[in-house]
Each structure stands twice: as structure tokens, then as C-alpha cells.
Design a protein around this ligand. Structure first.
Ligand code: FAD
Ligand code: NAP
Length: 341
């Protein structure tokens, strides 16, 4: 076996929140046989296993008492061409944004709204990543897996992934027993714009000439520009993106909230109502507030930042205080989005 196993490793550079936790053991795998080896070693030594991409949706509240596997499985291969559709299998260790940029360069469209989302391809199905009105599930065909306990391989179709709003089977029945080794995408060879978010519409209206034909690359550039100008880069201020999911509530709940807060921000969402969690947090007075080196971002209240590189416990303490306050003020339980270990 060619695995290199390190002991007592700092995880600070392996999570974008820059929390200074430690892993008992850590290894990097670059092939499926290496992943098999890492899993059999963990089984023999009775170690829990955590597969990690870029750690951009992971918060270590404690040290990890087990084996952290950094997944670096590469590859982008066309598997089928079906008229207007193309199926491409992508290794779970490929960088998400590089894959999106590559797909557009080949003339395949669909993923342009999901540009610049941090992380690796293998983590994307976990929370059915989404941005600017597009979700991964719209372009995912299937997922290849390795089961941690048995070492067996498996495959799940889009339907079997049970995708929801920032949700999938990998957060529930398959957590944390299945490792995604590859994702097969089904993309379009034609372009169908999905421009429903005001920021994207406004950007394109001001940059495009009336006679110019809109392409997927224009949308990609717009999304990159908007994200860079608005969202804090974890390289500059450690963060893990939105810390809470937008709550989905009933029409009745919205009506009762509107009596007290007529300006509340809400959207129609799969037959229900999605509230903007950032609005609730800002309205409750948490924007910019800081405690023990942890701060609610000054421009986007949904993002908790960690400029002081404080512990995961300090991040969770601020997050729990926000949750309690929102529950008290609005009778809404905010759900934490990153995976907590
Ligand atoms: P990690 O944090 O490494 O892992 C996340 C979880 O997935 C962990 O539980 C891990 O064990 C599991 N996992 C990782 N790889 C695998 C695998 N191969 N098999 C099985 N389980 C695995 N998310 C959005 O949806 N939309 C956004 O617009 C968005 N914007 C963001 C902006 C910023 C600045 C940041 C910091 C985060 C943002 N996120 C967004 C969240 C994050 O980028 C995504 O959730 C991303 O998919 C996480 O990828 P990762 O490789 O960093 O995952
Ligand atoms: P934004 O565009 O200011 O919008 C604020 C919120 O309103 C978002 O949460 C978004 O919901 C919702 N929204 C806005 N316009 C909408 C519309 N036309 N229809 C339905 N919902 C609408 O948000 P932002 O913070 O700058 O982020 C932009 C996009 O990137 C969002 O889609 C957001 O989810 C995504 N993002 C995600 C993360 C993460 O970690 N999960 C981090 C940064 C950015 P949705 O969130 O459901 O889209």
C-alpha cells in the first residue's frame, strides 16, 4: 500500500473557517484503489472516517478523532453524447469552479450560474449546491460511491439522491457511510438562460449592447463579477459561506410575520415560502456583531466570519446565540448549513 498517513495534523488550512482543530490521522488519496486502501486501514484500526474536499462547508467544533481523507480523485471524461445533451463523468476531487469553467469552454451549458462556488465536485451533491436560481440537481445524472463499511462500490441516480433545498440523501441515510468518487453531469449543448435574480439581470442589462447575443459565458462572467464584489473570499476573511439555510415556511406563517414585519423578505419556493435568513438576522441586530474573534459579516448577515481564527466552539457559540434570538423574536428555528464535526 502506498498511502502516506500523517498523525496529529492541524486542520486549520483544510477548512475555510480556519478553525485550529486537529485530526488524529490524515491522508490524501488520488485514485479509487487508494481510497479502498484508506478505508480498509480505517476498518482494521476501527477509526471513524471523514472525507474532506476543500473544507468550505465544514466546521470542526472538536478535534477529529479518526482518519481524515483528502479526496483528490481527478478526471473529466465524456461518457455519452445524446443530441442536445452531453454526459460527462467528473472525478470527485476536481475543483468545482475549474470544472464549471471547463464545461463552458467546451460549449456545454447549465452550470454557469454556479460559477465560483468554493469546494470540490464530490461535495457538491451533499447539499445540492445552488446559487442564483440554479441547483446542482438540474444537471446531475448520477453519482458513483464507495461504501465506507463494506468497501463496495455503488451508483445512485438523480432520483435516488433525494435532492431538496440545500439537502440530499448524503446528509441523511447515507451520512457518513458513503464516499462520492465521481459525479456524472448531463449538460446542454445549447444555451437556455436562467436569469431570475435581480443582481444578474441588472449586471447584464448594464454591460450588454442591445444587439449582442447573450451566451452562457456572459452569464458566467456576470456571476463571477457579482460574487467577487459582494461575498467575502475565505482567503481574505475565513468563512464557510452562508452559515444558516433560508427557512422554508407556510403561507400562514408568512402572514402572521407580516403583521409585525410588513417589510419581511420572502420568495415563493416549491409551493411554500422561503424567507431570507439574512434579513431575519440583520433585523434582529446581529449584522457586524462580533464575539471572541468571530464576526457576523458587515455586508452579508448570513455569513459568519472568523477573522480571529478562533475555535469551532467559539463559532458555534455565536451561531447558537443567533439561533436562540431568531427563535425568540420570530419563532423560527434557523438550521445550520455547514457540516459540524
Ligand atoms: P467540504 O467542506 O470539504 O465537505 C462538506 C461535507 O461534504 C462534509 O460533510 C464532507 O465530509 C462531505 N464530503 C466532501 N467530499 C465528499 C465526498 N467525495 N463524498 C462524500 N462526502 C463528501 N454553497 C452553495 O450551495 N452555494 C453557494 O453559492 C455557496 N457559496 C459559498 C461561498 C463561500 C465564500 C463559501 C466559503 C462557501 C460557499 N458554499 C456555497 C458552500 C460550499 O462551497 C459548498 O457546500 C461546497 O460544495 C463544499 O465543497 P467542499 O469540497 O469544500 O466540501
Ligand atoms: P442575494 O442575491 O442578495 O439574495 C438574498 C437571498 O434572497 C438569497 O438567499 C436568495 O435565496 C434569495 N433570493 C434573491 N433573489 C431571489 C429570487 N429571484 N428568487 C428566489 N430567491 C431569491 O444573495 P447573496 O448572498 O448575494 O448570494 C447570491 C447567491 O449565491 C444566492 O443564490 C445564494 O444562495 C448563493 N450563495 C450561497 C452561499 C452558501 O454558502 N450556501 C454563500 C454565498 C452565496 P437562495 O439562497 O435560495 O438563492
Amino acid at each position: 500500500m502506498s498511502l502516506h498517513i500523517q498523525q496529529n495534523v492541524s486542520l486549520q488550512s483544510f477548512n475555510t473557517m480556519a478553525v485550529p482543530a486537529q485530526a488524529d490521522y490524515l491522508t490524501t488519496v488520488t485514485s479509487v484503489p487508494e481510497m479502498h486502501d484508506a478505508l480498509s486501514l480505517a476498518r482494521r484500526q476501527n477509526l471513524p472516517v471523514l472525507v474532506l474536499g476543500e473544507g468550505s462547508n465544514t466546521l470542526f467544533e472538536h478535534d477529529y478523532k479518526g482518519l481524515v481523507i483528502l479526496n483528490r480523485l481527478r478526471g473529466m471524461d465524456v461518457v455519452e453524447e445524446l443530441g442536445d445533451l452531453i454526459r460527462v463523468k467528473v472525478g470527485a476531487g476536481e475543483n468545482w469552479h475549474r470544472w464549471v469553467a471547463h464545461s463552458l469552454k467546451q460549449g456545454w451549458s447549465g452550470l454557469e450560474n454556479l460559477a465560483l462556488i468554493p469546494g470540490l465536485v464530490g461535495a457538491a451533491p451533499m447539499q445540492n449546491i445552488g446559487a442564483y436560481g440554479v441547483e446542482l440537481e438540474q444537471y446531475l445524472h448520477s453519482v458513483e460511491l464507495l461504501y465506507v463499511d463494506s468497501g463496495e462500490i455503488g451508483e445512485l441516480s438523480r432520483e435516488q439522491c433525494e435532492f431538496g433545498y440545500r439537502d440530499s440523501v448524503f446528509k441523511h441515510r447515507h451520512a457518513p457511510r458513503a464516499i462520492i468518487t465521481a459525479v456524472t453531469f448531463e449538460l446542454n449543448t445549447y444555451f437556455e438562460p436562467q436569469i431570475t435574480y435581480p443582481a444578474v439581470k441588472e449586471y447584464l442589462q448594464t454591460r450588454m449592447r442591445p444587439s449582442q447575443e447573450l451566451t452562457a459565458l456572459h452569464v458566467f462572467d456576470a456571476i463571477c463579477h457579482i460574487r467577487r464584489s459582494k461575498l467575502p473570499s475565505p482567503r481574505e476573511i475565513p468563512n464557510s459561506g452562508s452559515f444558516f439555510k433560508n427557512p422554508v415556511v407556510s403561507e400562514e406563517k408568512l402572514a402572521s410575520l407580516r403583521e409585525h414585519y410588513p417589510e419581511i423578505v420572502s420568495y415563493e419556493h416549491r409551493g411554500q415560502i422561503k424567507l431570507a435568513a439574512a434579513w431575519l438576522i440583520e433585523r434582529a441586530g446581529w449584522k457586524r456583531r462580533q464575539r471572541d474573534g468571530v464576526q457576523v459579516h458587515k455586508d452579508q448577515a448570513l455569513v459568519i466570519t472568523n477573522p480571529g481564527r478562533a475555535s469551532g466552539a467559539s463559532v458555534m457559540s455565536l451561531a447558537r446565540a443567533i439561533q436562540e434570538d431568531i427563535a425568540k423574536q420570530f419563532r423560527i428555528q434557523l438550521e445550520i448549513e455547514p457540516r459540524i464535526y
